[in-house]
Design a protein around this ligand. Structure first.
Ligand code: UDP
Length: 217
């Protein structure tokens, strides 16, 4: 893709990830932080592939003058996620709506900062149409523990499902929060959707999906 962008004089945008920071020792994470990634752990194929993609994108920029941009995407949620993709938000919503135990990993004190999809897309499009090389963090800086997130989702679903604690995956980052100073100052971007509104919209979409799958069955 970088070769094609070079040939066609196109701008190239790499969708990278907050996983570039690994299990960060700096919180929130500014773009200048180099991260703390286990190169041989269970998440390493994903993390290091993204880090290598960033490296090769920058090499094409330096060596071949390709117009490149890198966005580091933080945890994102919204309608049309796969119900069973294993991530926290789809898992919590579908468990709460079905009245099944809500699976919180570890003691749930690890944090994430979740961004509504429409906000993320707005940030990415702004970066695409700028001439910034990045990396630029796009995410919502509102940081919450996973346990609090599970309880909030359950409440918004109007559910009484119990919380159950399950083993924490190896190398699961213990904190994650974007520093969005760059996006704010250089792209005039910040998230607009409140957690309450974003989750309510997402929950009603999931409720529709679950009702549909019951009809099919
Ligand atoms: N998590 C959880 N229960 C689940 C799925 C995930 O407690 O059913 C936790 C997971 O261990 C992590 C956080 O929620 O601490 C976010 O996980 P997710 O897979 O959504 O995103 P990522 O780890 O890539 O940030």
């Amino acid at each position: 893709a970088l070769g094609l962008a070079r040939q066609k004089n196109a701008r190239f945008l790499l969708a990278s990830t907050s996983e570039s920071y690994g299990d960060p020792q700096v919180n929130p994470q500014p773009e200048g932080y180099w991260g703390n990634v286990n190169p041989v752990g269970p998440r390493s194929v994903y993390d290091e592939a993204k880090r290598f993609s960033e490296a090769v994108t920058m090499a094409y920029r330096r060596k071949h003058g390709v117009d490149t941009g890198i966005v580091r995407i933080f945890n994102t949620y919204g309608p049309r996620m796969r119900v069973d993709d294993g991530r926290a938000i789809p898992a919590f919503i579908s468990q709460a709506l079905r009245g099944e135990p809500i699976t919180v990993a570890g003691d749930g004190t690890q944090t994430r900062s979740i961004c509504y999809v429409d906000d993320l897309i707005d940030g990415i499009v702004r970066l695409l149409h700028s001439d910034l090389p990045g990396p630029v963090n796009i995410g919502n800086p509102h940081e919450m523990s996973i346990l609090d997130t599970a309880v909030l989702v359950r409440d918004l679903c109007g559910s009484t499902a119990p919380i159950t604690f399950v083993p924490r995956p190896q190398d699961d980052p213990s904190v994650r929060q974007p520093d969005i100073t760059l996006a704010r100052t250089l792209l005039g971007w910040e998230p607009k959707t409140s957690l309450h509104d974003g989750l309510t919209r997402t929950i009603s979409w999931f409720a529709g999906q679950l009702a549909e799958s019951r009809q099919v069955a």
